[in-house]
Design a protein around this ligand. Structure first.
Ligand SMILES: *Cc1c(COP(=O)(O)O)cnc(C)c1O
Length: 422
């Protein structure tokens, strides 16, 4: 099936007389006829659900839809994108080990990696995309476990060179994990370019209606975890499951199986059945929405570029953009809905512009079906001086515009009247 079809038909195929729409199995627990059968579930020798902290039929069907969209062998939904990024790394990285990470990633992920995971003894080594291969190589050692990057960085909007970073990761015998939140599998499938694991904040375009926080990890099933005995947590016995060896017993799904039966069991980063149902409603229309988000964003970006009250515009779909070439390689069908731009007059003009918007709303969110804006310098980064902002790559006049799927003429009319107020 093509992606547009998977969005609607994937994951759940009703039997004769069954509900047409994905049912919500609002049950924490499952009934079995014998203790022996349940014992086998605990030993992972029989398939089935034991307890909703670990798995649930509604959640599983949405996981299967997302795995199909990304072209993976399995997926695991989580309570948030943050939980997904954490579990994806913690599954193969422990105290005393490190990973290589692109420096242009979501601010919340930077905190998770540089502050919280550091306290767990895991070191994130930040690299920039302009480094040479030799420079990048120098960040790897025998304790390096993976490479991490974002397809379209939030909010810097640079396009990650997935193929190049996959090659470098594989040269060092480690997997590449890609946060594909802004692109979605409709615009880019990182596995097609050599990535091994994909994570998402499903809170953004996948849900798309600003209703439910969630995350997901998808396993391509392609990475060889047995090679050189580098990942003994996957290729040797797990004592907590009576001698299970993930690579031997689960083959291509070793990584995602371990992630669920160990980390979901022990940490409870669980997606609730109701949350999975709401996410699925969003996934039904993902292909249509992201196409319109991309069209509208390009139209708005071109309008802003031609406006003399705007000092600069950053959108990977603009031919003038430094990311344009990579965008055409990785995101040929559309470059998603997020634009950043600067307003003439700096911080004060930016705030006046924002306050004058009527259709676009000021929210701490992106990727909603409704157009929304954020001025980082007066909100998420307000404690920083203009100079500190500059160092953090967030200019005082930077406005992040998340272009919705309203009629683009209405979006532009709103921007126009707000610019006239400055
Ligand atoms: C929002 C976001 C996250 C975090 O996801 P939550 O669902 O908010 O926990 C991770 N990565 C990217 C790119 C994001 O935009």
């Amino acid at each position: 099936m093509k992606p547009e079809t998977i969005c609607l038909q994937g994951g759940y195929t009703p039997e004769n007389g069954a509900p047409r729409v994905l049912p919500i199995y609002q049950s924490t627990t499952y009934k079995y006829d014998s203790s022996e059968h349940l014992g086998k579930l605990f030993d992972l020798t029989a398939p089935g659900h034991m307890y909703t902290r670990i798995s649930n039929p509604t959640v599983e069907m949405v996981e299967n839809k997302i795995a199909a969209l990304e072209g993976g062998v399995g997926a695991m939904l989580c309570s948030a994108g943050q939980a997904a990024s954490f579990a994806a790394i913690f599954n193969i990285c422990q105290a005393g080990q490190n990973f290589v990470c692109s420096s242009t990633i979501y601010g919340g992920t930077v905190n998770l990696f540089a502050v919280t995971m550091k306290r767990m003894g895991i070191e994130a080594r930040f690299v920039t995309p302009d480094m040479t291969d030799e420079e990048l190589d120098s960040y790897f050692d025998e304790n390096t476990r993976l490479v991490f990057g974002e397809t379209i960085a939030n909010p810097a909007l640079n396009v990650f060179d997935i193929e190049r970073f996959a090659e470098i990761a594989h040269k060092h015998n480690v997997p590449l994990i890609v946060d594909n939140t802004f692109a979605t599998p409709i615009l880019c499938r990182p596995f097609d370019f050599g990535a091994d694991i994909v994570v998402h904040s499903t809170t953004k375009y996948m849900d798309g209606h600003a209703t439910v926080v969630g995350g997901v990890i998808v396993d391509s099933g392609k990475f060889d975890w047995n090679k050189d005995g580098k990942y003994p947590e996957l290729s040797t016995v797990d004592e907590s499951y009576h001698g299970v060896v993930y690579t031997r017993d689960f083959g291509a799904a070793a990584y995602i199986t371990k992630c669920r039966v160990q980390l979901m069991r022990d940490l409870g980063l669980t997606c609730q059945p109701m949350a999975a149902f709401l996410l699925n409603e969003g996934l039904d229309t993902l292909a249509l929405r992201i196409e319109r988000h991309s069209q509208n964003a390009l139209t708005v970006a071109k309008y802003l570029e031609a406006n003399d009250k705007i000092t600069w515009v950053n959108y990977p779909g603009l031919e003038s953009n430094s990311e344009y070439e990579r965008a055409m390689k990785y995101l040929p069908k559309g470059q998603s809905g997020v634009i950043s731009c600067g307003i003439k007059g700096g911080r004060e003009a930016a705030m006046k512009f924002m306050d004058s918007l009527k259709l676009a709303s000021i929210v701490v969110h992106v990727a909603d079906a409704r157009t929304c804006v954020l001025h980082p310098a007066s909100t998420t980064h307000r404690q920083l001086t203009d100079r500190q902002l500059e160092e953090a790559g967030v200019k005082a006049d930077l406005i992040r515009l998340s272009v919705g799927i309203e009629n683009v003429e209405d979006i532009i009319a709103d921007i126009e009247q707000a610019l006239a107020q400055i």
